[in-house]
Design a protein around this ligand. Sequence first.
Ligand code: PLP
Length: 383
Amino acid sequence: MPFTALAADLDARRATHLYRQRRIVQGPQGAQIDVDGRRLANFCSNDYLGLANHPDIVAAAQAGAARWGVGSGASHLVCGHTAAHEAMETRLAAFVGKPAALSLATGYMANLAAVTALVGRGDAIFADKLNHASLNDACQLSNAAFKRFAHNDLEQLERLLATTDARRRLIVVDAVFSMDGDCAPLAEIIRLAERYDAWVYADDAHGFGVLGEGRGSAVGIDSPRLIYMATLGKAAGVAGAFIAAEPVVIDYLVNTARPYIYTTAAPALLAEAVLVSVDLIEREGWRRERLNEHIATLRAALVSTPAQLLPSHTPIQPLLVADSAVALALADGLRDAGHWVAAIRPPTVPTPRLRICLSAAHMAADVAKLGADLAGLLNGHVK
Ligand SMILES: *Cc1c(COP(=O)(O)O)cnc(C)c1O
């Protein structure tokens, strides 16, 4: 058997509760989701505003397919860049308060594209230890010196900045940390960047649409040093990502970023869908209000349980547990009670946890039931 070593690796993962498998979903995202023949309350989607199946966005995608067809035909630099892509970039830049923007097919690619284009050999990256895997991969691929600081430890970041002799210095952070739900202190990080002549790359995959009245984590931060990135498959409910920055940065990425240049443009119908999604994000503040009510409800339900939620005011509400087996047992218990919550384990995170995601799609009763059922399980399971 040529693949014995791979099979042994998978067996080892099973034995340590780290084996992963996919569950098959039978319908669109929503507060309830059909999975493996059951209907469950969905607490693991990043569809924070309940837009992934919004009828106006679906209609825009359908009309987009009728107008543009399905395939985009080529990369943006050949013949794949349509007026729909261009309009989406203009709208997104204005919405987040930046002079220019560039759209990419996924957030993972956006991070690879930007970081590898902006820094290389002779340069240095200063990265938070809890950054998303796609940022870590991008930093490694860039060939720049890759210096990591403890989570949100600005004193350590400053010491690193003060002692570098690198030509270009790029600070790289999640604006909202995807597995902890807390935020980077962006304003202070920008001040350090100014003091030490660095650039800041902030990945706002989980803040765009949710924080800053939908405009994201960097709203009100007016610095040309900030290169802002957000994804469009989470709160925006569609797919893709964008980078918003000074025009010279965007122009440089168009000319040099390999994951941008050597890939087929995303279908224009998605750009049409994003344009409608941004209108809804801007107009429908009630979605964020309802989400914030749900966050408060869940946190109140779990104040006196043996395991505690991490301090987070975002829709990502993680509950840390002692080991992966406990995380899986809790997720199984919740599934028996009709809830779908993801157990996130190493190596995705250092400490196993339940990662509860709340959405404006939920009803107050959905969240209250989750809180009550989880409190009951914790009082039974966790010492
Ligand atoms: C989801 C995520 C990405 C990747 O975005 P995709 O569009 O899903 O590829 C990047 N960064 C962070 C912080 C994320 O949570």
